[in-house]
Design a protein around this ligand. Structure first.
Ligand code: AGP
Length: 612
């Protein structure tokens, strides 16, 4: 969480820094700040969003060609102006921005207090900048050396940028466990938590590795070393991201844009990977590990949130198509559970951002126990993508809305290809079924295009129920994860309490909640225990519940029972989750908009959860 951005070069830094903060605001948006080197080191910060910071500095004449800026998602200390970044050192000669958590900040703070320092904020970050200045003063070393020594005393995760009022001609940056990218311009450098602020300025970037730091001069070449003081050769990559991918493109917000992008993002996730006519699935990124997957005894999927829901769909797919037992684990539980990992197990880590701290830790744990780890990530070059043995990118394009939409459908598409290709290699799937599924997969983007036409109908339904206080989502088989995902989407952006359940579980508890005020969303497509779902709908109706049903087009039986139906095209049961999720995304979206919620930046959330 938290977005960091910095600049050193020949142009005025403020426009780049502010625009960068807007682009990174999805990472955290409870306070924001900026520090400029303008003869002296000046810090401006405020509680609230980047807009508030922008208003704060509007009347000020702040200039400078070296600057750092930050948008925060609070971890240590409430989101207020004092706790906002940048933080000054005790003498106010240095300032720092930080993304991550310094886990041993309490003991470091106590030591520093013993030595006479005091603190104005509750943050771990202020402890770090005090420590850096203390080292610089006591050991009479350069700033980069003081940063290096300090980082050797730190336990935790960080992406930091440090500037000194006494030396406006350099930035010191470092990272461990939190992402950081450096853009190389013409006699200028850009630093950010991800490439989105940089893409309009340069395509040449360097992704720092963990425990690496860069000393970036205004003039000349940057130098990279690790915190053990060993020099590193910079590896420059080319950004492929398009600017249009990170703009709203005429939509009122990113979430709606990303929902509507799904026909294309699903197609992109399969581009060059499927040839239905020839019966070929080729996943280049994991080609070297394909036989390992084919011969594995068990798959363990680790993920969080929406990516975990995609993993649950993966469980149905791998078990059905490849007959491989699958366990789907919350990464946060897996990492602390002393899990049994056998030789012959393959771990698949799923993450849109590729930065989720719990998923990354689960990957590291599984790796330390000798497992083969494959990644399904959206962000190229992300920490999880780099920590796995191999992986396939979802290629859904940047997902900026905090609520994950197109990443989910791309993850499920990719899992489908993986399971199908393994099942085919194992000779488990009859050839006719293999070809039928391949053909259906290829047609999914057009089915999604079709399902988006339900938008107006869904908006009308949202109009009826946007004041409800609770929702229940039910589904069976592959639609059970869809129910979970629908409920998560609703709660995170509309703040309405929602629960997802396997439909048959309703009678073991949630049925007690049903009354004439609680909408029950049932994914009742014609596959997946359809008859049994009909009984579940009757059970809800018998208790005067309100049923909103997602049904296969042309369905009549559910239509006779439900209060509202949303039709989706007929697809194979294994592919239904990709299509059935779309109306639920739209339902949450419209309900949230009608309730006046900020759908792109829901309260308390951040896009990539890089803290535990
Ligand atoms: C999804 O809408 C959520 N915002 C959240 O659950 C998210 O899926 C989760 O934090 C995992 O993120 P990742 O895919 O980037 O690892």
């Amino acid at each position: 969480m938290c977005g960091i951005v910095a600049y050193i070069g020949h142009r005025e830094a403020v426009p780049f820094l502010l625009q960068g903060l807007y682009r990174l605001e999805y990472r955290g948006y409870d306070s924001a700040g900026i520090a400029l080197l303008d003869g002296e080191l000046k810090v401006f910060k405020t509680k609230g969003k980047v807009d508030d910071l922008s208003r704060l500095i509007n009347g000020e004449t702040i200039r400078g060609t070296t600057g750092i800026a930050h948008t925060r998602w609070a971890t240590h200390g409430e989101p207020n102006t004092v706790n906002a970044h940048p933080h000054y050192s005790p003498s106010r000669k240095l300032a720092i921005i930080h993304n991550g958590i310094i886990e041993n900040h309490d003991s470091l703070r106590a030591e520093l207090i013993n030595r006479g320092y005091s603190f104005v904020s509750e943050t771990d970050t202020e402890v770090l900048i005090h420590l850096i200045e203390d080292i610089q003063d006591n050991e009479q070393v350069s700033l980069d050396e003081a940063v290096r020594i300090a980082l050797n005393q730190v336990v935790g995760a960080y992406a930091i940028v440090v500037v000194s009022g006494e030396d406006p001609d350099q930035l010191i940056v470092a990272k461990k466990g939190s992402p950081l990218v450096i853009g190389l311009g013409d006699k200028e450098f850009f630093v950010a938590s991800d490439a989105t602020p940089i893409v309009g300025y340069t395509r040449n970037v360097i992704y720092l590795d963990d425990e690496e730091m860069a000393i970036i001069p205004r003039n000349g070449d940057l130098k990279i070393k690790n915190i053990k003081n060993q020099d590193r050769t910079p590896y420059v990559c080319q950004l492929e991201m398009q600017l249009s991918a990170i703009e709203k493109g005429g939509f009122p917000n990113f979430m709606l844009k990303e929902i509507y992008e799904q026909p294309r993002s699903i197609k992109d996730s399969m581009r060059g990977r499927v040839n239905a006519e020839k019966g070929i699935i080729s996943l280049g990124g994991i080609a070297d590990y394909h036989m390992k997957l084919v011969n594995c005894q068990r798959i363990i999927i680790v993920a969080c949130g929406t990516s975990w829901h995609a993993g649950l769909v993966g469980e149905y797919l791998f078990e059905d198509l490849a007959r491989i037992p699958v366990e789907v684990e919350y990464a946060s539980e897996f990492r602390y559970r002393n899990p049994v990992i056998n030789e012959g197990d393959v771990v698949i880590a799923i993450s849109q951002s590729g930065e989720t701290a719990d998923t990354l830790a689960a990957v590291e744990l599984a790796r330390s126990r000798g497992a083969t780890i494959l990644g399904i990530c959206n962000v190229v070059g992300s920490s999880i993508a780099r920590a796995t043995h191999a992986g396939s990118y979802t290629h859904a394009g940047p997902e900026i809305g905090v609520a994950s939409t197109k990443a989910f459908t791309a993850q499920v598409s990719l899992l489908t290809l993986m399971a199908l290709s393994v099942g085919n290699q194992k000779g488990i799937i009859p050839q006719s079924r293999f070809y039928q599924l391949l053909n259906e997969i290829e047609s999914i983007p057009s089915k999604v295009e079709q399902v988006l036409k339900v938008n107006e109908k869904v908006r009308d339904i949202a109009g009826i129920f946007h004041n409800a206080r609770n929702f229940l989502y039910l589904g069976r088989s592959t639609n059970f994860p869809v129910a979970l995902e629908g409920a998560l989407k609703l709660k995170e952006i509309s703040y309405i309490h929602a629960e997802g359940y396997p439909a048959a579980e309703m009678k073991h508890g949630p049925i007690a909640l049903i009354d004439e005020e609680m909408p029950v969303v049932i994914i009742a497509t014609r596959k997946g225990n359809y008859d049994k779902l009909l009984s579940n709908i009757q059970e809800v109706k018998a208790r005067r519940g309100i049923v909103i049903a997602v049904v296969t087009e042309g369905d009549e039986a559910v239509g006779r029972l439900a209060d509202h139906i949303i039709e989706i095209p007929d697809v194979d049961e294994l592919l239904v989750p990709i299509v059935a999720t779309i109306p639920l995304q739209l339902l949450s979206y419209h309900i949230a908009v009608l309730r006046g919620c900020n759908v792109d930046q829901p309260r308390n959330l951040a896009k990539s959860v890089t803290v535990e």
